[in-house]
Design a protein around this ligand. Structure first.
Ligand SMILES: Cc1ncc(COP(=O)(O)O)c(C=O)c1O
Length: 437
């Protein structure tokens, strides 16, 4: 039995924070970390150190942005150098064009771009642009998909099943109090990964939809791949009804492949949003789209602003990160996926050894672990009906106590700096944690 970590100083700081920071945390998801939201001192490559002196192999990776691991020198050095000449100009700089050239040479969808700071923000730009371009009021969102925390998208991400309505015509269930009343009227909710259900939704609502907003790979629920033909079918339906197809590549962009999910799936959207891995840990998001659509943003018919858009630090980090990948993109993604696959296989193996119902699903670079007897989960309701989330939380805590930090929702993010030693230590900890729970 290994000696388990203690979290006394994190507990103290969390208690102190209660009267200073709302809820003691700055993003809701952090509250779910058990036994206590952790407080950190530093992080490097695949590891993090908390205020109690505990060392972790980290798979939260900032919830995805740290594709190279924590604080890689090639990004810190570049940002430190570039920021000496200014932080924010509220004006243009050539650096933005350098980043854009690299983006446009790698993303399959070709067209102009627009930058912002977070995934939430850029999805709002995409939605407004889709409505502005088509003149239509509604958009289609899928159950189980996450597109940020704002009123227009905070519906039916993980709705309680007793409130979610019929499978093929779900009710839009708000994720929060305080959402503007009536915002659900402009959202059509559909089950994902079911082409017949999607056809029926289009027959009913196709002519009033500005766009379909989808995660192309469902990274926010169990890391689910679309069934063969599903995304092609979605593309055809969008074309038939004059609906724009938006891929939310906030997680998948620069993670699952150089060209993101578009490249893996061979389906091209009309608009695509990027964030997380785009700037290797710095706040940068991007919309890319077909030229005729982006023209409506370009000439100001659709408005978008932001003081922090395209700031020096984020753009510098993006340039350094993309340059790093482009030195040898084939090797970069092969190594990332191989390391992730080795980890997934190791977790499955120890799951079998201890006769656990641990389920591991997804791609090498990002995947989910869960507890279910089902071999594969195919959409949100399948997940909600069959997965033991409480057991996952116990597993994540047992892993934390053994020096491995997992996200509170089940998603793992592999970084290019995760070493063989990191992976071996993780698999060993998983065996012990599974036995303990
Ligand atoms: C698919 C997807 N879209 C949008 C967002 C929102 O991004 P951000 O947290 O940067 O606002 C997230 C965040 O996890 C996401 O996973």
């Amino acid at each position: 039995m290994p000696e388990l970590y203690r979290f006394d100083k994190s507990q103290e700081l969390y208690a102190r924070a209660q009267s200073m920071v709302a809820g003691g945390i700055s993003s809701q998801i952090r509250r779910a970390e058990l036994p206590v939201p952790l407080w950190f001192e530093r992080a490097k490559a695949g590891r993090m150190w908390d205020v109690d002196g505990n060392e972790y192999v980290d798979y939260v990776m900032g919830m995805g942005p740290n594709i190279f691991g924590h604080s890689p020198d090639f990004i810190s050095d570049a940002v430190a150098r570039d920021m000496r000449d200014g932080f924010i100009f509220a004006g243009q700089m050539e650096l933005e064009l350098e980043v854009t050239e690299m983006v446009q040479s790698t993303v399959p969808l070709k067209g102009p771009v627009r930058y912002a700071s977070s995934g939430t923000e850029i999805d709002q730009v995409a939605l407004r642009l889709a409505r502005g371009y088509t003149g239509r009021p509604k958009y289609l969102k899928f159950e189980g998909h996450y597109h940020g925390w704002t009123d227009t998208v905070a519906y039916s991400v993980h709705p309680p099943l007793d409130q979610a309505g019929p499978y093929d015509s779900p009710i839009a269930v708000p994720e929060s109090g305080g959402i503007a009343p009536g915002s659900e009227h402009d959202i059509v909710i559909a089950p994902w990964n079911d082409l017949d259900a999607l056809k029926a939704v289009f027959e009913k609502h196709g002519s009033e939809l500005a766009c379909v907003l989808t995660e192309p790979i469902l990274c926010n629920t169990n890391c689910i791949m679309p069934r063969p033909g599903y995304m092609e079918g979605m593309r055809e339906l969008c074309d038939k009804y004059g609906v724009l197809l938006i891929f939310d590549e906030v997680i998948t962009g620069y993670r699952v492949a150089l060209g993101g999910a578009q490249e893996l799936l061979g389906v091209e959207p009309d608009l695509a949003t990027y964030a997380k891995a785009l700037a290797g840990g710095f706040p940068l998001s991007m919309l890319i789209g077909k030229p005729e659509i982006m023209a409506v943003l370009g000439d100001g018919r659709v408005q978008h602003g932001g003081s922090f858009n395209s700031n020096v630090m984020s753009m510098s980090a993006a340039r350094a990160g993309l340059k790093h990948i482009l030195e040898n993109p084939v090797r970069f993604y092969a190594d990332l996926n191989n390391q992730g696959n080795r980890l997934m296989e190791g977790l499955k193996r120890v799951g079998r050894e201890v006769e656990s119902d641990l389920q591991v699903q997804g791609l090498g670079s990002t995947f989910w672990t869960n507890f279910t007897t089902k071999e594969e989960i195919f959409n949100y309701r399948d997940h909600a009906e069959n997965v033991d989330e409480e057991k996952y939380h116990r597993f994540a805590q047992a892993m934390l106590e053994r020096g491995v930090r997992l996200s509170t929702n089940g998603r793992w993010h592999v970084a290019s700096s995760h070493t063989d030693a990191d992976v071996d230590r993780t698999i060993e900890a998983a065996k012990s944690a599974l036995q303990a729970i």
